[in-house]
Write a protein that binds this ligand. Structure first.
Ligand code: AMP
Length: 418
Protein backbone atom coordinates (compact mmCIF):
# COMPACT_ATOMS: atom_id res chain seq x y z
CA UNK A 1 0.00 0.00 0.00
CA UNK A 2 1.29 3.42 -0.94
CA UNK A 3 2.02 5.67 2.04
CA UNK A 4 1.66 9.43 1.82
CA UNK A 5 4.79 9.94 3.94
CA UNK A 6 7.15 8.81 1.21
CA UNK A 7 5.16 9.89 -1.84
CA UNK A 8 6.46 12.81 -3.87
CA UNK A 9 3.63 14.95 -5.25
CA UNK A 10 5.94 17.13 -7.39
CA UNK A 11 4.22 17.92 -10.68
CA UNK A 12 1.18 15.82 -9.75
CA UNK A 13 -2.44 16.77 -9.42
CA UNK A 14 -3.94 15.11 -6.36
CA UNK A 15 -7.66 14.82 -5.82
CA UNK A 16 -8.21 14.76 -2.08
CA UNK A 17 -11.42 13.65 -0.35
CA UNK A 18 -11.58 15.76 2.77
CA UNK A 19 -14.31 15.99 5.39
CA UNK A 20 -15.28 19.64 5.32
CA UNK A 21 -18.74 18.93 6.67
CA UNK A 22 -18.33 21.80 9.13
CA UNK A 23 -21.05 23.53 11.16
CA UNK A 24 -21.99 27.06 10.05
CA UNK A 25 -23.27 29.88 12.23
CA UNK A 26 -26.99 30.18 11.40
CA UNK A 27 -26.93 33.99 11.36
CA UNK A 28 -23.58 34.90 9.85
CA UNK A 29 -22.95 31.77 7.76
CA UNK A 30 -19.36 31.69 9.11
CA UNK A 31 -17.72 28.38 10.02
CA UNK A 32 -18.43 27.94 13.73
CA UNK A 33 -16.01 25.05 14.33
CA UNK A 34 -13.09 24.53 11.94
CA UNK A 35 -11.71 21.36 13.56
CA UNK A 36 -12.34 19.36 10.41
CA UNK A 37 -10.60 21.91 8.21
CA UNK A 38 -7.60 21.90 10.52
CA UNK A 39 -7.59 18.11 10.43
CA UNK A 40 -6.93 18.11 6.68
CA UNK A 41 -4.13 20.70 6.70
CA UNK A 42 -1.10 18.37 7.05
CA UNK A 43 -2.13 16.45 3.92
CA UNK A 44 -2.86 19.55 1.84
CA UNK A 45 0.35 21.22 2.98
CA UNK A 46 2.45 18.18 2.11
CA UNK A 47 1.01 18.10 -1.42
CA UNK A 48 1.72 21.74 -2.15
CA UNK A 49 5.09 21.75 -0.36
CA UNK A 50 6.17 18.88 -2.64
CA UNK A 51 5.23 20.98 -5.67
CA UNK A 52 1.94 19.28 -6.43
CA UNK A 53 -1.51 20.79 -6.69
CA UNK A 54 -4.50 19.78 -4.60
CA UNK A 55 -8.08 19.43 -5.79
CA UNK A 56 -10.22 19.25 -2.66
CA UNK A 57 -13.63 17.61 -2.64
CA UNK A 58 -16.13 17.18 0.19
CA UNK A 59 -19.77 17.01 1.09
CA UNK A 60 -21.53 19.34 3.47
CA UNK A 61 -24.86 18.59 5.10
CA UNK A 62 -27.70 16.73 3.44
CA UNK A 63 -28.88 18.85 0.50
CA UNK A 64 -32.32 17.81 -0.78
CA UNK A 65 -32.48 20.05 -3.83
CA UNK A 66 -29.53 20.66 -6.10
CA UNK A 67 -27.80 22.96 -5.97
CA UNK A 68 -28.81 24.53 -2.67
CA UNK A 69 -26.92 27.72 -1.62
CA UNK A 70 -27.43 26.76 2.04
CA UNK A 71 -25.04 23.87 1.52
CA UNK A 72 -22.59 25.53 -0.84
CA UNK A 73 -18.94 25.01 0.00
CA UNK A 74 -18.32 28.53 -1.27
CA UNK A 75 -19.26 29.59 2.26
CA UNK A 76 -16.18 27.90 3.71
CA UNK A 77 -13.60 29.17 1.20
CA UNK A 78 -12.41 31.98 3.45
CA UNK A 79 -12.11 29.63 6.48
CA UNK A 80 -9.92 27.29 4.39
CA UNK A 81 -7.85 30.22 3.17
CA UNK A 82 -7.19 31.56 6.61
CA UNK A 83 -6.22 28.10 7.87
CA UNK A 84 -3.94 27.41 4.91
CA UNK A 85 -2.57 30.94 4.80
CA UNK A 86 -3.13 31.24 1.05
CA UNK A 87 -5.79 31.95 -1.56
CA UNK A 88 -7.60 28.97 -3.07
CA UNK A 89 -9.77 28.57 -6.17
CA UNK A 90 -13.37 27.40 -6.24
CA UNK A 91 -15.43 25.65 -8.93
CA UNK A 92 -19.17 25.83 -8.48
CA UNK A 93 -19.96 22.45 -10.06
CA UNK A 94 -17.91 19.38 -9.20
CA UNK A 95 -18.64 17.81 -12.59
CA UNK A 96 -17.52 20.86 -14.57
CA UNK A 97 -13.99 21.44 -13.34
CA UNK A 98 -11.98 20.48 -16.46
CA UNK A 99 -10.88 24.00 -17.36
CA UNK A 100 -10.01 24.99 -13.79
CA UNK A 101 -8.09 21.74 -13.28
CA UNK A 102 -6.17 22.21 -16.54
CA UNK A 103 -5.12 25.70 -15.45
CA UNK A 104 -4.13 24.57 -11.94
CA UNK A 105 -0.42 25.12 -11.27
CA UNK A 106 1.93 23.41 -8.82
CA UNK A 107 1.40 24.74 -5.32
CA UNK A 108 -2.21 25.75 -6.02
CA UNK A 109 -5.37 24.50 -4.33
CA UNK A 110 -8.80 24.16 -5.91
CA UNK A 111 -12.01 23.36 -4.02
CA UNK A 112 -14.91 21.65 -5.80
CA UNK A 113 -18.52 22.45 -4.94
CA UNK A 114 -20.46 20.11 -2.60
CA UNK A 115 -20.35 16.57 -3.99
CA UNK A 116 -23.82 15.84 -2.64
CA UNK A 117 -25.33 18.27 -5.12
CA UNK A 118 -25.24 15.11 -7.25
CA UNK A 119 -27.24 12.14 -6.00
CA UNK A 120 -24.53 9.97 -7.57
CA UNK A 121 -22.22 10.75 -4.67
CA UNK A 122 -24.28 8.81 -2.14
CA UNK A 123 -25.84 6.52 -4.71
CA UNK A 124 -29.21 7.00 -3.02
CA UNK A 125 -31.97 8.02 -5.43
CA UNK A 126 -33.84 11.16 -4.39
CA UNK A 127 -37.48 11.88 -5.00
CA UNK A 128 -40.73 10.00 -4.63
CA UNK A 129 -41.29 6.46 -5.85
CA UNK A 130 -44.60 4.73 -6.45
CA UNK A 131 -43.37 1.47 -4.92
CA UNK A 132 -40.33 -0.47 -3.75
CA UNK A 133 -39.69 -2.01 -7.19
CA UNK A 134 -39.48 1.41 -8.74
CA UNK A 135 -37.11 2.57 -6.03
CA UNK A 136 -34.91 -0.51 -6.43
CA UNK A 137 -34.75 0.05 -10.21
CA UNK A 138 -33.78 3.70 -9.67
CA UNK A 139 -31.10 2.65 -7.22
CA UNK A 140 -29.67 0.14 -9.69
CA UNK A 141 -29.59 2.73 -12.48
CA UNK A 142 -27.94 5.20 -10.14
CA UNK A 143 -25.14 2.74 -9.33
CA UNK A 144 -24.00 2.92 -12.97
CA UNK A 145 -24.22 6.68 -12.94
CA UNK A 146 -22.19 6.69 -9.72
CA UNK A 147 -19.35 4.95 -11.54
CA UNK A 148 -19.40 7.65 -14.23
CA UNK A 149 -19.47 10.32 -11.53
CA UNK A 150 -16.46 8.81 -9.75
CA UNK A 151 -14.64 8.33 -13.06
CA UNK A 152 -15.12 12.00 -13.88
CA UNK A 153 -13.71 13.07 -10.52
CA UNK A 154 -10.80 10.69 -11.03
CA UNK A 155 -10.11 12.21 -14.46
CA UNK A 156 -9.06 15.48 -12.82
CA UNK A 157 -6.02 13.97 -11.13
CA UNK A 158 -3.05 11.57 -11.23
CA UNK A 159 -3.33 10.70 -7.56
CA UNK A 160 -6.22 10.02 -5.18
CA UNK A 161 -5.87 10.75 -1.49
CA UNK A 162 -8.62 9.91 0.98
CA UNK A 163 -8.38 11.90 4.19
CA UNK A 164 -12.08 12.03 5.10
CA UNK A 165 -12.27 9.69 8.06
CA UNK A 166 -15.76 10.93 8.98
CA UNK A 167 -17.20 9.36 5.82
CA UNK A 168 -14.91 6.31 5.58
CA UNK A 169 -17.81 4.05 6.59
CA UNK A 170 -19.78 5.10 3.51
CA UNK A 171 -19.43 3.47 0.07
CA UNK A 172 -19.85 6.73 -1.77
CA UNK A 173 -18.56 7.93 -5.14
CA UNK A 174 -15.73 10.02 -3.71
CA UNK A 175 -14.90 7.79 -0.74
CA UNK A 176 -14.77 4.35 -2.31
CA UNK A 177 -15.86 4.01 -5.96
CA UNK A 178 -13.28 6.54 -7.20
CA UNK A 179 -10.41 4.38 -5.93
CA UNK A 180 -11.10 1.86 -8.72
CA UNK A 181 -9.77 4.40 -11.22
CA UNK A 182 -6.30 4.62 -9.68
CA UNK A 183 -3.60 1.96 -9.52
CA UNK A 184 -2.10 0.74 -6.24
CA UNK A 185 0.71 3.31 -6.29
CA UNK A 186 -1.45 6.31 -6.95
CA UNK A 187 -4.01 6.02 -4.17
CA UNK A 188 -3.35 6.48 -0.49
CA UNK A 189 -4.71 7.71 2.81
CA UNK A 190 -3.93 11.21 4.02
CA UNK A 191 -2.27 11.90 7.36
CA UNK A 192 -5.56 12.24 9.22
CA UNK A 193 -6.92 8.80 8.25
CA UNK A 194 -3.51 7.30 8.98
CA UNK A 195 -3.45 8.68 12.49
CA UNK A 196 -7.07 7.63 13.11
CA UNK A 197 -6.23 4.07 12.01
CA UNK A 198 -3.10 4.00 14.13
CA UNK A 199 -4.97 5.13 17.24
CA UNK A 200 -7.83 2.67 16.74
CA UNK A 201 -5.53 -0.24 15.87
CA UNK A 202 -3.40 0.34 18.92
CA UNK A 203 -6.51 0.15 21.09
CA UNK A 204 -7.91 -2.88 19.30
CA UNK A 205 -4.71 -4.87 18.88
CA UNK A 206 -2.02 -3.63 21.23
CA UNK A 207 -3.95 -2.50 24.28
CA UNK A 208 -2.06 -2.70 27.56
CA UNK A 209 -4.08 -4.07 30.48
CA UNK A 210 -6.07 -2.99 32.31
CA UNK A 211 -8.10 -1.81 29.31
CA UNK A 212 -11.28 0.06 30.24
CA UNK A 213 -14.06 0.88 27.80
CA UNK A 214 -16.44 3.63 28.86
CA UNK A 215 -19.71 3.46 26.96
CA UNK A 216 -22.37 6.09 27.37
CA UNK A 217 -25.05 7.81 25.37
CA UNK A 218 -28.73 7.34 24.91
CA UNK A 219 -29.30 3.86 23.56
CA UNK A 220 -28.06 0.31 24.06
CA UNK A 221 -29.07 -0.49 20.50
CA UNK A 222 -26.51 1.96 19.06
CA UNK A 223 -23.66 0.58 21.12
CA UNK A 224 -24.39 -3.11 21.26
CA UNK A 225 -22.05 -4.15 18.46
CA UNK A 226 -19.07 -2.23 19.79
CA UNK A 227 -19.69 -3.56 23.30
CA UNK A 228 -19.79 -7.12 21.99
CA UNK A 229 -16.53 -6.67 20.12
CA UNK A 230 -14.87 -5.02 23.09
CA UNK A 231 -15.86 -7.76 25.53
CA UNK A 232 -13.13 -9.85 23.91
CA UNK A 233 -10.54 -7.21 24.65
CA UNK A 234 -11.27 -5.22 27.79
CA UNK A 235 -10.88 -5.95 31.50
CA UNK A 236 -13.37 -3.27 32.57
CA UNK A 237 -16.58 -2.04 30.99
CA UNK A 238 -18.08 1.15 32.39
CA UNK A 239 -21.63 1.88 31.34
CA UNK A 240 -23.29 5.27 31.74
CA UNK A 241 -25.83 7.57 30.13
CA UNK A 242 -29.38 6.69 29.19
CA UNK A 243 -28.54 3.11 28.32
CA UNK A 244 -27.82 2.42 31.97
CA UNK A 245 -31.53 2.05 32.63
CA UNK A 246 -32.16 -0.74 30.17
CA UNK A 247 -29.61 -2.74 32.17
CA UNK A 248 -30.97 -1.64 35.55
CA UNK A 249 -34.56 -2.53 34.64
CA UNK A 250 -33.43 -5.86 33.17
CA UNK A 251 -31.79 -6.56 36.55
CA UNK A 252 -35.09 -5.86 38.31
CA UNK A 253 -34.43 -2.26 39.42
CA UNK A 254 -36.96 0.58 39.63
CA UNK A 255 -36.20 3.18 36.98
CA UNK A 256 -39.15 5.62 37.17
CA UNK A 257 -39.45 7.52 33.89
CA UNK A 258 -35.83 6.96 32.85
CA UNK A 259 -35.01 6.09 29.28
CA UNK A 260 -35.46 2.38 28.60
CA UNK A 261 -35.45 0.16 25.54
CA UNK A 262 -37.79 -2.59 26.72
CA UNK A 263 -36.99 -4.73 23.69
CA UNK A 264 -33.27 -4.63 24.50
CA UNK A 265 -33.52 -5.86 28.07
CA UNK A 266 -32.74 -9.47 27.15
CA UNK A 267 -29.75 -8.26 25.20
CA UNK A 268 -28.57 -6.27 28.20
CA UNK A 269 -28.67 -9.41 30.36
CA UNK A 270 -26.87 -11.34 27.65
CA UNK A 271 -24.08 -8.74 27.67
CA UNK A 272 -23.77 -9.04 31.44
CA UNK A 273 -23.59 -12.84 31.19
CA UNK A 274 -21.01 -12.75 28.43
CA UNK A 275 -18.94 -10.27 30.43
CA UNK A 276 -19.04 -12.65 33.41
CA UNK A 277 -17.96 -15.60 31.26
CA UNK A 278 -15.06 -13.61 29.91
CA UNK A 279 -14.04 -12.21 33.26
CA UNK A 280 -14.83 -8.61 32.28
CA UNK A 281 -15.83 -6.41 35.23
CA UNK A 282 -18.91 -4.35 34.41
CA UNK A 283 -19.47 -1.09 36.27
CA UNK A 284 -23.02 0.26 36.12
CA UNK A 285 -23.73 3.55 37.90
CA UNK A 286 -24.91 2.89 41.45
CA UNK A 287 -26.41 6.34 42.03
CA UNK A 288 -27.97 8.98 39.82
CA UNK A 289 -29.06 12.59 39.59
CA UNK A 290 -32.77 12.44 38.77
CA UNK A 291 -35.02 15.10 37.27
CA UNK A 292 -38.79 15.56 37.46
CA UNK A 293 -38.80 16.62 33.78
CA UNK A 294 -36.47 16.45 30.78
CA UNK A 295 -35.63 20.10 31.19
CA UNK A 296 -32.58 22.23 32.00
CA UNK A 297 -34.50 23.82 34.91
CA UNK A 298 -36.07 20.64 36.26
CA UNK A 299 -36.06 19.87 39.98
CA UNK A 300 -33.45 17.29 40.89
CA UNK A 301 -32.88 14.59 43.49
CA UNK A 302 -30.27 11.89 44.00
CA UNK A 303 -31.14 8.21 44.46
CA UNK A 304 -29.77 4.73 43.96
CA UNK A 305 -29.94 3.96 40.24
CA UNK A 306 -32.18 0.99 40.93
CA UNK A 307 -34.49 2.97 43.23
CA UNK A 308 -35.51 5.87 41.00
CA UNK A 309 -38.63 7.43 42.56
CA UNK A 310 -41.86 7.26 40.55
CA UNK A 311 -42.25 10.23 38.24
CA UNK A 312 -38.49 10.96 38.12
CA UNK A 313 -35.89 10.12 35.50
CA UNK A 314 -32.14 9.57 35.82
CA UNK A 315 -30.25 12.15 33.76
CA UNK A 316 -26.71 11.93 35.16
CA UNK A 317 -24.50 9.75 37.30
CA UNK A 318 -24.03 10.95 40.90
CA UNK A 319 -21.06 11.21 43.28
CA UNK A 320 -20.65 7.58 44.35
CA UNK A 321 -20.57 6.42 40.71
CA UNK A 322 -18.24 9.26 39.76
CA UNK A 323 -15.82 8.16 42.48
CA UNK A 324 -15.89 4.50 41.41
CA UNK A 325 -15.52 5.33 37.71
CA UNK A 326 -12.71 7.78 38.44
CA UNK A 327 -10.72 5.10 40.27
CA UNK A 328 -11.21 2.47 37.59
CA UNK A 329 -10.25 4.90 34.83
CA UNK A 330 -7.24 6.33 36.65
CA UNK A 331 -5.84 2.82 37.16
CA UNK A 332 -6.21 1.83 33.50
CA UNK A 333 -3.44 1.58 30.95
CA UNK A 334 -5.76 1.80 27.95
CA UNK A 335 -9.04 3.71 27.81
CA UNK A 336 -11.66 4.01 25.10
CA UNK A 337 -14.46 6.47 25.73
CA UNK A 338 -17.57 6.80 23.62
CA UNK A 339 -20.72 8.58 24.75
CA UNK A 340 -21.68 10.94 27.60
CA UNK A 341 -22.59 9.82 31.13
CA UNK A 342 -25.67 12.03 31.23
CA UNK A 343 -27.58 14.78 29.48
CA UNK A 344 -24.43 16.90 29.46
CA UNK A 345 -25.99 19.51 27.17
CA UNK A 346 -27.82 20.74 30.29
CA UNK A 347 -25.49 22.12 32.98
CA UNK A 348 -27.37 20.42 35.81
CA UNK A 349 -26.66 17.02 34.28
CA UNK A 350 -23.11 17.55 32.98
CA UNK A 351 -21.13 16.76 36.13
CA UNK A 352 -20.68 13.03 35.46
CA UNK A 353 -19.50 13.55 31.90
CA UNK A 354 -17.11 16.32 32.97
CA UNK A 355 -15.73 14.09 35.73
CA UNK A 356 -15.12 11.26 33.27
CA UNK A 357 -13.38 13.67 30.88
CA UNK A 358 -11.02 14.68 33.70
CA UNK A 359 -10.51 11.07 34.77
CA UNK A 360 -9.49 10.15 31.22
CA UNK A 361 -7.02 13.06 31.16
CA UNK A 362 -5.65 11.90 34.52
CA UNK A 363 -5.19 8.36 33.22
CA UNK A 364 -3.30 9.80 30.25
CA UNK A 365 -0.93 11.69 32.50
CA UNK A 366 -0.42 8.40 34.40
CA UNK A 367 0.82 6.85 31.14
CA UNK A 368 -2.36 5.33 29.68
CA UNK A 369 -3.22 5.41 25.99
CA UNK A 370 -6.63 7.08 25.76
CA UNK A 371 -8.88 7.30 22.74
CA UNK A 372 -12.03 9.39 22.66
CA UNK A 373 -14.62 9.07 19.91
CA UNK A 374 -18.19 10.05 19.15
CA UNK A 375 -19.46 13.62 18.77
CA UNK A 376 -20.67 14.04 22.35
CA UNK A 377 -17.65 12.74 24.24
CA UNK A 378 -15.42 14.77 21.91
CA UNK A 379 -17.55 17.85 22.64
CA UNK A 380 -17.18 17.18 26.38
CA UNK A 381 -13.39 16.88 26.05
CA UNK A 382 -13.24 20.12 24.06
CA UNK A 383 -15.59 21.98 26.39
CA UNK A 384 -13.28 21.11 29.27
CA UNK A 385 -10.21 22.06 27.22
CA UNK A 386 -8.70 18.59 27.61
CA UNK A 387 -8.07 17.72 23.96
CA UNK A 388 -4.30 17.96 24.36
CA UNK A 389 -4.40 16.04 27.64
CA UNK A 390 -5.66 12.80 26.10
CA UNK A 391 -3.87 10.56 23.59
CA UNK A 392 -6.21 10.80 20.63
CA UNK A 393 -9.52 12.47 19.84
CA UNK A 394 -11.19 10.84 16.85
CA UNK A 395 -12.82 13.02 14.18
CA UNK A 396 -15.24 10.37 12.98
CA UNK A 397 -18.19 9.41 15.15
CA UNK A 398 -19.96 6.78 13.05
CA UNK A 399 -16.81 5.68 11.25
CA UNK A 400 -14.98 5.13 14.50
CA UNK A 401 -17.83 3.15 16.02
CA UNK A 402 -18.01 0.87 12.99
CA UNK A 403 -14.26 0.29 12.93
CA UNK A 404 -14.25 -0.52 16.63
CA UNK A 405 -17.19 -2.87 16.04
CA UNK A 406 -14.84 -4.82 13.77
CA UNK A 407 -16.59 -3.86 10.55
CA UNK A 408 -14.80 -3.30 7.25
CA UNK A 409 -15.15 0.35 6.22
CA UNK A 410 -15.63 0.82 2.44
CA UNK A 411 -13.43 3.92 2.34
CA UNK A 412 -10.61 2.05 4.07
CA UNK A 413 -11.02 -1.15 2.06
CA UNK A 414 -10.94 0.80 -1.22
CA UNK A 415 -7.34 1.73 -0.51
CA UNK A 416 -5.79 -0.99 1.62
CA UNK A 417 -7.92 -3.88 0.46
CA UNK A 418 -9.36 -4.74 3.89
P1 AMP B 1 -25.42 8.95 21.73
O1 AMP B 1 -25.59 9.76 20.48
O2 AMP B 1 -26.07 7.62 21.71
O3 AMP B 1 -23.97 8.90 22.17
O4 AMP B 1 -26.22 9.71 22.86
C1 AMP B 1 -25.91 11.00 23.25
C2 AMP B 1 -27.10 11.60 23.89
O5 AMP B 1 -27.50 10.81 24.98
C3 AMP B 1 -26.84 12.98 24.39
O6 AMP B 1 -27.59 13.88 23.66
C4 AMP B 1 -27.31 12.92 25.84
O7 AMP B 1 -28.09 14.02 26.23
C5 AMP B 1 -28.16 11.66 25.88
N1 AMP B 1 -28.20 11.08 27.22
C6 AMP B 1 -27.17 10.78 28.01
N2 AMP B 1 -27.60 10.30 29.19
C7 AMP B 1 -28.95 10.31 29.16
C8 AMP B 1 -29.96 9.94 30.09
N3 AMP B 1 -29.65 9.47 31.29
N4 AMP B 1 -31.25 10.08 29.70
C9 AMP B 1 -31.55 10.56 28.47
N5 AMP B 1 -30.62 10.91 27.57
C10 AMP B 1 -29.35 10.79 27.89
Amino acid sequence: MQLIDNFNFAGKKAIVRVDFNVPLNKETGAVSDDTRIRGALPTIKKIIADGGSAILMSHMGRPKQNPDPKFSLKQIVSAIESNLGMKIQFVDDCMKADAAVAALKPGEVLLLENLRFYEEEEGKPRGEFANDDEKAAAKKALKDKQKEFAKKLASYANVYVNDAFGTAHRAHGSTAVIADYFDENSKMFGFLINSELKAMDSVLNEAKAPFTAIMGGAKVSDKIMIIENLLNRVQNLIIGGGMTYTFIKALGGKIGNSLCEEDKMDLALEILNKAKEKGVKVYLPTDAVNADAFDANANTCVSKTNETPDGWMGLDIADESIKTFDEVIANSKTVLWNGPMGVFEMDKFAKGTTAVAHAVAKATSNGAFTLIGGGDSVAAINKNKLADKVSYVSTGGGAMLEYMEGKVLPGIKAIRGK
